[in-house]
Design a protein around this ligand. Structure first.
Ligand SMILES: NC(=O)NCCC(=O)O
Ligand SMILES: [Zn+2]
Ligand SMILES: [Zn+2]
Length: 468
């Protein structure tokens, strides 16, 4: 009884269903659901009752792409695990999967241990890790197998950023071959970084130094070409493939062709590509630097293809790629040379709200909102049904969501450790009200009641989405 919480009267929305139901939480898990005010739920007793009348009761968000404290461009992403996971909770996300980084010349183990240490005791919500492979060699290929056994079941490779994270096609093929055997999922940053670097050099030589040139040199065709190449390499290796931060219509088309052939190829996009555009990159007085990320923001016309992809399931997941850098002192490193602007946008706090706005605007249905933001990322990365749904036995990661509240997104009110909002002034309908993480209330009617250290490392099984 003392470990029980009852959530009454809300509309429970999962990827599969919507029903007016009461939810019983016990010992951090969902114990039972029953029709609202049914004889069954009327018999339930609990130490705490939450009235969810006129609210949605949804699974906590699963953000499968964050970069807390990522070293990049001579600086570090400005959210620590403490500030970033607290902000995530404010935004209705109860699990993140962050990227541990292998340093070139070093073991995966060393990078992973560093990330365990950064996160340990600091997180407000649960977390897992992917591993960035920056140096594919005999040793790191062997280590991949061990990591999969340890619950690090996905590996990011970069076709971009030569000299930093970049892998060549041979390295990519080897890693894919290994993943075909050990069950790991290869996540691909699909941009032709070698060609982009030529265009960067040529642009700078012409004196084109403003942030908007970041978008111009990172061409749509070079995203599409890399996406195509990654798909073919995965086919040769017999491995599934997950393409991260898809931004261009032509890249979605490559995924669609592959999926029409029945290939296990999946794609993720991010709110910034759905809601922002090259118009933001072109903002004057270096303000465009706030919107520098890779893949880059695209002309607004690409957004329709991304929304369509999310509806047709050519794209399966919306993650944030949360990688914040303050404008002052960090983005400013690239004044006079756009290639020195640290790449990345803040957004871990905004994803659930922006996608709810997409429901309001008619881009996606309510259930698809939960599918792309909670259930599928959990399945894709081996966390389901512990995470991503509301069902008996699942972790009680639950958001009470007010679909009628109006809010204005702003740096003045957000909780991310960054000095601007990429969505400054944007009005959205819907707001997180209360959040439970494993049954503990971490946001209580818009007050943070969680704590650093509540969140635990969550090992993952291999991809559970391969038959989709
Ligand atoms: N996306 C971005 O611009 N920064 C984070 C690193 C990455 O995901 O490529
Ligand atoms: Zn990337
Ligand atoms: Zn990323």
């Amino acid at each position: 009884m003392s470990n029980r919480t009852l959530i009454r009267g809300g509309l429970v929305v999962t990827a599969a269903d919507e029903m007016h139901a009461d939810v019983l939480v016990e010992d951090g898990r969902i114990a039972a659901l029953a029709a609202h005010n049914s004889p069954v739920s009327q018999g339930w007793t609990a130490a705490r009752a939450i009235d969810a009348t006129n609210r949605y009761v949804i699974p906590g968000g699963v953000d499968a792409h964050t970069h807390m404290e990522l070293p990049f461009g001579g600086t570090f992403a400005s959210d620590s695990f403490e500030t970033g996971t607290r902000a995530a909770a404010w935004g209705g996300t109860t699990t993140i999967v962050d990227f541990a980084v292998q340093t070139v010349g070093r073991a995966l183990r060393e990078g992973l241990d560093a990330w365990y240490a950064k996160a340990d005791g600091n997180c407000a919500i649960d977390y897992g890790f992917h591993m960035i492979l920056s140096d594919v060699n005999e040793q790191s290929l062997k280590e991949m197998d061990l990591l999969v056994e340890e619950g690090i079941t996905s590996f990011k490779l970069f076709m971009a950023y030569p000299g930093v994270f970049y892998s060549d096609d041979g390295q990519i093929l080897r890693a894919m071959q290994r993943s075909a055997v050990n069950g790991g999922l290869i996540m691909m940053h699909a941009e032709n970084g070698i060609a982009i670097d030529v265009l960067v050099e040529q642009a700078l030589a012409r004196g084109e130094t403003d942030p908007r040139y970041h978008g111009e040199v990172r061409k749509v065709l070079l995203e599409a070409e890399a996406t195509h190449r990654a798909i073919q390499l995965a086919r040769v290796a017999g491995a599934p493939l997950y393409v991260v931060h898809v931004s261009a219509e032509e890249a979605v088309a490559e995924l669609a062709v592959a999926r029409d052939k029945g290939l296990p190829v999946f794609g993720e996009t991010c709110p910034q590509y759905l809601f922002l555009s090259t118009d933001n990159l072109a903002e004057p007085d270096f303000e465009g630097a706030k919107y520098v990320c890779s893949t880059p923001l695209r002309p607004r016309e690409h957004q329709a293809a991304l929304w369509r992809g999310l509806r047709t399931n050519d794209l399966q997941v919306v993650s944030t790629d949360h990688c914040p850098f303050c404008f002052t002192g960090q983005k400013e490193l690239g004044r006079g040379d756009f290639s020195k602007i640290p790449n990345g946008l803040p957004g871990v706090e905004n994803r659930m709200d922006l996608l709810h706005q997409a429901v309001v605007d008619g881009h996606i249905t309510r259930r698809r909102w939960i599918e792309i933001a909670c259930a599928t990322p959990a399945r894709m990365f081996g966390l389901y049904p512990k995470k991503g749904t509301i069902a008996p036995g699942a972790d009680a990661d639950i958001v009470i969501y007010d679909p009628h509240a109006e809010q204005t997104l702003s740096v003045e009110t957000h909780h991310m450790n960054v000095d601007y909002s990429a969505y400054e002034g944007r009005r959205v309908t819907g707001r997180v009200e209360t959040v439970l993480s494993r049954g503990e209330v971490v946001i209580d009617q818009r007050t943070f009641t969680g704590r650093a250290g509540h969140g635990v490392y969550t090992p993952r099984s291999t991809c559970q989405y391969l038959d989709h």
